[in-house]
Design a protein around this ligand. Structure first.
Ligand SMILES: Nc1ncnc2c1ncn2[C@@H]1O[C@H](COP(=O)(O)OP(=O)(O)OP(=O)(O)O)[C@@H](O)[C@H]1O
Ligand SMILES: [Zn+2]
Ligand SMILES: [Zn+2]
Length: 941
């Protein structure tokens, strides 16, 4: 039985766990770090000069700190910041009120004049420690049973009061509300104590709440409107701003500038007609100024006879009176949940002041935070979607033990007939029907419908957009399976550089079709991937937001690209499989979603499998091969530091084996078809003809040379790089141009791994030394040195193997000595190797190696699926199960008929999973089962 005492005790415990974790994390960050080091992390700015001090932001002391060329930092308005000495001892704390190009302003409640004596200061970001003490005092109030809702809602047997039997008729302010929204408004008016609006993505939850508030105001009720974040509160404030007497609590620095005139501070100023408060502030200012900040003003004009302390006291008393006046005369008060406690302005109001408290985004708030709002009223209206992400919790243990269970979710699980108090909005105004339908089926029992205004909308319908294969489809899936674009684990986060390139290519395509950058966004679950993608953007796409799923909740874009990152042989998915996270990611898109991921990895999870299935079935399907990006990170798989050594043997071995199998298969196929073609030519009567064979890679050219020799034909190659053409004829030819093929046999590493000693009849030994050099100079290699250090060939530094991937992201390449340009956009053109090589710690490669990309496009093999006329572009990655190459459309095992084998493989631990990994997996599984069991028993109780 969930009694009030037990709730309070559990919450205390969980919150202290969470607070400990938070303290721990910030201590980890700060521990032993100098200001300079913290500056690199963006949480500190050094060498700031106190440029000006003034009274602003409704009476606060605002200090402007400047520095020419501010470094990158993470300060933004509303952050708590400490002004400190070089050694990070804090002089005073305030709230960032403005961030400029070369300045940061901080507003202080109490200001230490000592700061002004300092020549240079640092600004340090501080964690918010008041929130926890507010939670604790809220729990105390719950313990004291200060409100009727406490016993009612903190019971296992929640009995809500019956609806009002004579509801008044409703005249809607917003006549566009749909029937579901109107029903929700009515429900909130009829219920005396509790109503819940469940608003799936884009269903107009906020729109409905605005109407709910206005209707309650019309009935003479005072409404407190809360949300967990300042952004959510501002969002409501904007829509409610036309309503009479609205006031927004909170530090003005945390309120959107366009809405600051509705803040409590602004209203106080309005009220202060005779400007008495203003005069007192001026006196304070003057008193402070005369103390010597401005040297020329010493002992100057200040004529008041009170000291600063006395003036401040007077100011506070006058302000309190004015504050009560503003609050009692307002019909609607808006605040974040954590500023709705008694310690803030609301503490100055009588207990039964508000009749209703409305909480938007309730499923994003901790339960205790909701109570901070709740305790102010006798009726509560919650709006949110418990099928989107819950609040972020830092302590895994606290989350697991119940802190992540939100009030809204708990109520919906406990109330016997939730339908009596809850209405789900089902018509949505954001997504194309096809985007919506996956989410609807998967999360909302198929209840969602798309409003006709969005049902069919596509990117191509936007002004200025071309009609392309992509802009005319709402869904696209890019499969990286088999392309060896593997994930990377660094520290605690994951990334996938190959996928990052692909994402950026895709964005470029969207932009080319006419889509504005501000209309697209990239969502990915991992922070490291954000970094990889930003790096890959190389300063372009400045207006394209790249965000984690968690950071994008509540927002939307015309087009969303989702980078799933996970690609590994063990089929590990991690928190990608959290259905609510994917639900949020997909439903941010209005007209187009592109999902990028490795189907072989993510299909191991049933939920993600259905997602991929849905996209492949209803959307455009592309493979990584079409982007010419396959295999670029094949050799660069970086394991976590602890795992690397013990798994080295398996991880190193497996891909090699796989790659050589692939290579053998390619060789056979190519040799066979070439033999047929050459025989046909030999037996034909085209005696004087020379057949040109462009676009072959080194291995293929050599195969042809050998075959020609066997068949008694003559072969020769001309041109260089991608322009190289192999010529075959029945008669000897004159070699006009230098043939680059020979250099190939001098290289130590041959991609196809075939022997180097075969002889060719033509084109031997003509390569000059300089030719070879020019190739070497832009072939990036990473030489391994003992003790797991690699020497980066770009900068010459020794870097631990495990850090190479990240190092290469930041490493500045030396300028290359070749004359070919460095930033080729498409690997197809020119010295394609360069771009690919830049980021890659790979084996020494020859440019010929990279010809394989062109090969994919120009291969003359056609797809073996009956009736399919497409070419096999997946030349380098035949199906794992039938070892056959297919076109992009038939590339996936499930599509060309190997589905059964793939499914079987998915359920079996692959040979590559070591015994140790298997045991690990098993014990993880056991733990997961235990946790689930615990969860269930807890719920039963
Ligand atoms: N009845 C309606 N008629 C026309 N447009 C509507 C209606 N209701 C909502 N919309 C539009 O749908 C969009 C989403 O509305 P709103 O922001 O209220 O949804 P929400 O459920 O709060 O969204 P989120 O899931 O992001 O929290 C807005 O552009 C809004 O103007
Ligand atoms: Zn197959
Ligand atoms: Zn095909």
């Amino acid at each position: 039985m969930l009694t009030v005492e037990r709730f309070v005790a559990t919450q205390r415990q969980l919150l202290s766990l969470e607070q400990d974790e938070e303290t721990e994390q910030s201590r980890d960050l700060l521990h032993g770090q100098s200001a300079k080091e913290l500056e690199k992390d963006g949480v500190c700015v050094t060498k700031l000069y106190p440029a000006a001090i003034a009274t602003g932001l409704y009476g606060r002391r605002v200090l402007k700190l400047t520095r020419e060329g501010l470094p990158n930092h993470s300060f933004s308005s509303g952050d708590i910041a400490g002004v400190c000495h070089k050694d990070l001892t804090i002089v005073c704390e305030g709230i960032v009120s403005k961030v400029g190009k070369e300045s940061i302003s901080v507003a202080f409640e109490t200001f230490s004049e000592d700061v002004l004596q300092l020549n240079k200061v640092c600004l340090l970001k501080l964690t918010n420690s008041v929130t926890y003490s507010r939670y604790v005092s809220c729990l105390k109030r719950i313990e004291r049973n200060e409100n009727d809702l406490i016993e009612k809602l903190l019971s296992d047997d929640i009995k809500v009061a019956p609806p009002n039997p004579n509801p008044s008729s409703v005249t809607y302010y917003n006549n566009n509300l749909n029937s579901g929204q109107k029903a929700a408004v009515k429900l909130t008016l009829e219920r005396p104590d509790l109503a819940i609006i469940h608003g799936p993505p884009g269903t107009g939850k906020t729109t409905t709440i605005v109407e709910v508030v206005r209707q309650h105001v019309t009935r003479g009720e005072k409404v407190l409107v809360c949300a967990p974040s300042n952004i959510a509160v501002d969002n409501l404030l904007k829509k409610l701003s036309s309503t009479n007497s609205v006031v927004r609590l909170g530090h003005p620095a945390r309120v959107n500038v366009h809405l600051q005139h509705l803040s409590l501070d602004a209203k106080l100023k309005d009220l202060d007609e005779d400007n008495i408060l203003g005069d007192v502030r001026k006196d304070i200012d003057l008193a402070l100024t005369s103390r010597g900040y401005k040297a020329g003003n010493k002992g100057g004009d200040y004529r008041g006879n009170k000291n600063v302390g006395e003036l401040r006291k007077e100011l506070r008393e006058r302000e309190l009176k004015a504050m009560k006046q503003v609050l009692t005369s307002s019909q609607v008060v808006l605040a974040t949940l954590t500023s709705a406690g008694k310690e803030g302005p609301l503490g100055k109001l009588p207990d039964n002041h508000f009749s209703v408290c409305v909480i938007d985004e309730a499923s994003q708030a901790l339960e205790v935070a909701c109570w901070m709002g709740l305790l102010n009223a006798k009726k509560v209206i919650l709006a949110g979607d418990h099928l989107q992400l819950p609040p972020t919790i830092k302590s895994d243990k606290a989350a697991k033990d119940g802190l992540s269970l939100t009030l809204m979710e708990r109520l919906l699980n406990t109330i016997k007939n939730p339908d009596e108090v809850c209405i789900t909005l089902t018509e949505q105004y954001r997504m194309n029907d096809l985007i919506m339908r996956w989410s609807s089926e998967e999360m909302y029992r198929g209840a969602l419908t798309a409003h006709p205004s969005v049902f069919n909308h596509l990117l191509k319908d936007l002004e200025g957009l071309e009609n392309t294969e992509i802009t005319s489809r709402p869904l696209c899936y890019i499969d990286t399976a088999g392309s060896a674009l593997h994930e990377t684990l660094l520290g605690v986060s994951r990334g996938n550089t190959g996928e990052a390139k692909l994402v950026v290519e895709y964005l470029a395509g969207l932009k080319e079709a006419g889509l504005r950058e501000s209309d697209m966004a990239v969502i990915t679950p991992y922070n490291l991937q954000i970094e990889f993608i930003r790096t890959e953007m190389r300063g372009q796409f400045k207006e394209v937001e790249v965000c984690t799923v968690d950071g994008f909740q509540g927002r939307e874009k015309e087009a969303i690209v989702i980078s799933m990152v996970r690609s590994n042989d063990a089929g590990e998915i991690g928190f990608l499989s959290e259905s609510r996270r994917m639900n949020v990611a997909v439903t941010r898109a209005r007209r187009h979603v592109c999902l990028v991921g490795d189907s072989l990895t993510v299909r191991r999870d049933a939920f993600l499998g259905r997602l991929v299935e849905y996209f492949t079935h209803h959307g455009l399907v592309k493979s990584a091969f079409e982007f010419g990006l396959e295999g670029v990170v094949d050799d660069a798989v970086v394991q976590s530091t602890e795992d690397f050594d013990s798994h080295k043997a398996e991880t190193d071995e497996a891909p090699t084996k796989n790659a050589s199998q692939t290579a053998t298969q390619q060789e056979k196929t190519f040799k066979q078809s070439s033999l047929e073609m050459l025989e046909e030519f030999k037996n034909s009567d085209r005696n004087d003809e020379t057949i040109p064979l462009p676009g072959l890679n080194s291995y293929q050219r050599r195969t042809i040379h050998v075959l020609c020799e066997e068949l008694g034909l003559f072969s020769s190659s001309s041109g260089s790089g991608t322009q190289r053409v192999l010529l075959v004829s029945k008669k000897p030819m004159e070699t006009k141009e230098k043939d680059g093929d020979e250099e190939l046999s001098k290289k130590t590493e041959n991609p196809a791994g075939c022997d180097e000693t075969s002889s060719t009849r033509v084109g031997a030994s003509t390569t000059s030394a300089s030719d070879t050099q020019s190739h070497e100079s832009y072939t990036l290699t990473v030489n391994e040195s003992p003790s797991n250090l690699l020497v980066c060939q770009q900068c010459g530094k020794r870097v631990p193997k495990t850090n190479m991937e990240l190092h290469l992201v930041h490493c500045k390449p030396k300028t290359f000595s070749t004359n070919s340009s460095q930033n080729q956009k498409h690997p197809k053109s020119g010295s394609s190797g360069k771009k690919k090589a830049q980021n890659k710690p790979v084996q020494p490669r020859t440019d010929d190696d990279l010809d394989i990309l062109d090969e994919a496009a120009s291969s003359r093999l056609s797809c073996p699926v009956p009736g399919c006329k497409n070419r096999c572009i997946s030349y380098i990655a035949p199906c794992r199960f039938c070892s056959t190459c297919h076109c992009s459309h038939h590339q996936m095992p499930e599509v060309h008929g190997c589905g059964e084998a793939a499914r079987r493989a998915a359920h079996q631990p692959t040979a590559r999973v070591s015994a140790r990994q298997q045991t690990q997996n098993k014990s993880r599984l056991k733990q997961a089962l235990k946790d689930k069991q615990k969860e269930r028993t807890k719920k039963k109780k």
